[in-house]
Design a protein around this ligand. Structure first.
Ligand code: XIL
Length: 328
């Protein structure tokens, strides 16, 4: 099927019943090329950082939704579904510094957790119907092979129950919202995805309102993911009655970026899209669209070029391979 020039990934993907998403960075929404690359290709949006606790509430008791509102307005204007992300994330990047310093009793911490979840979800009750309630709660101790809930701000003050508490609170605020657990390095069947599977299965048994699992899929081009293992992992979560989505895919390349590495990157993108299609994932979402706007150079020193359009917004082989996989 020939693709008319105006068609982007979302148009071809819609025939396959899968949403194609991207994170959106409000700081670049004033750039025409950035806007049109998003509008042309995606029908699902995730604020890249604008809903982070540290961004929304840099000073105690004062929420500033200005940047998040920009992303939400842009997504709504272009009929993109929105996945609110993240409500609860223990990363130091996400916990406001005034909060990190607080000595809190368990009940004080639980009240702060509840206040934050309610404040954010209520504001977007009519606009956002999917929420990453808990992000990255499992540690990634592949060295020891012992996977357990990550220590951190909420774990240290509330204990392991903070995960279930967050989901129950979110469900009370919006009983109709789809509530996601989201994490990285749990794409294949491995020690971490096994630990998350056990955690979620146990919480579901207790009636915790968890509806979906997000596989972040932050990869490097020199890795070799086994598509069969990723498929089996997705299916086992689906067998628990959960939706599954690929939520933040990018494939960083260790510099120097070469043709060979770009080819491998393209193969990985289309390979994972085929897995998402075969397993009827909810969405196939990327953590950025152009190498000109990517968290990779900052967060992974020595890496670059992790996305599907180059720095001049030209389609890379990865983009073409995604189109090919969607047209199969
Ligand atoms: C990153 C954003 O890309 C940065 O802009 C921000 O400063 C920190 O967070 N896993 C996640 C995302 O769930 O929230 C992270 O996004 C990338 C790793």
């Amino acid at each position: 099927m020939c693709m008319s020039t105006s068609m982007g990934l979302k148009d071809i993907a819609s025939r396959k019943g899968i949403a194609v998403g991207c994170c959106i960075n409000d700081a670049h929404l004033n750039e025409g090329k950035y806007r049109s690359a998003l509008v042309r290709n995606f029908n699902l949006a995730t604020p890249e950082y604008e809903l982070m606790h540290s961004q929304l509430c840099p000073t105690r008791g004062k929420y500033d939704f200005e940047n998040a509102d920009k992303v939400v307005a842009f997504a709504l204007k272009h009929k993109m579904r929105i996945r609110g992300h993240p409500l609860v994330w223990q990363s130091r990047l996400n916990i406001p510094s005034w909060l990190a310093r607080q000595k809190l009793s368990r009940s004080e911490a639980a009240k702060l957790l509840k206040d934050h979840i309610m404040t954010v979800m209520k504001r977007y009750k009519n606009e956002i119907h999917d929420w990453v309630v808990v992000n990255e709660a499992m540690n990634d101790d592949f060295k020891s092979g012992k996977f357990k809930l990550r220590k951190g701000f909420w774990f240290n003050r509330i204990g392991p129950r903070y995960v279930e508490m967050a989901f129950r609170l979110a469900h009370i605020v919006d009983p109709k919202a789809t509530l996601w657990y989201n994490d990285y390095s749990m794409d294949e069947i491995n020690g971490k995805s096994d630990a998350v599977y056990r955690l979620i299965k146990g919480l579901l048994k207790k009636g915790a309102p968890i509806h979906a699992i997000g596989l972040q899929m932050h990869l490097a081009s020199h890795w070799n993911l086994d598509p069969k293992s990723v498929e089996a992992n997705i299916r086992r979560f689906q067998k628990l009655g959960l939706k599954v989505g690929i939520t933040e895919m990018d494939v960083r390349i260790r510099k120097p970026v070469t043709k060979k590495k770009l080819k491998k990157q393209a193969k990985m993108y289309s390979g994972m899209l085929r897995v998402a299609l075969n397993t009827r994932c909810e969405d196939f979402s990327l953590w950025g669209v152009t190498d000109a706007v990517s968290w990779i150079p900052e967060s992974h020193k020595g890496y670059d070029a992790g996305l599907i359009l180059d720095k001049k917004y030209r389609p890379k082989l990865a983009y073409e391979n995604l189109v090919e996989a969607l047209n199969e």
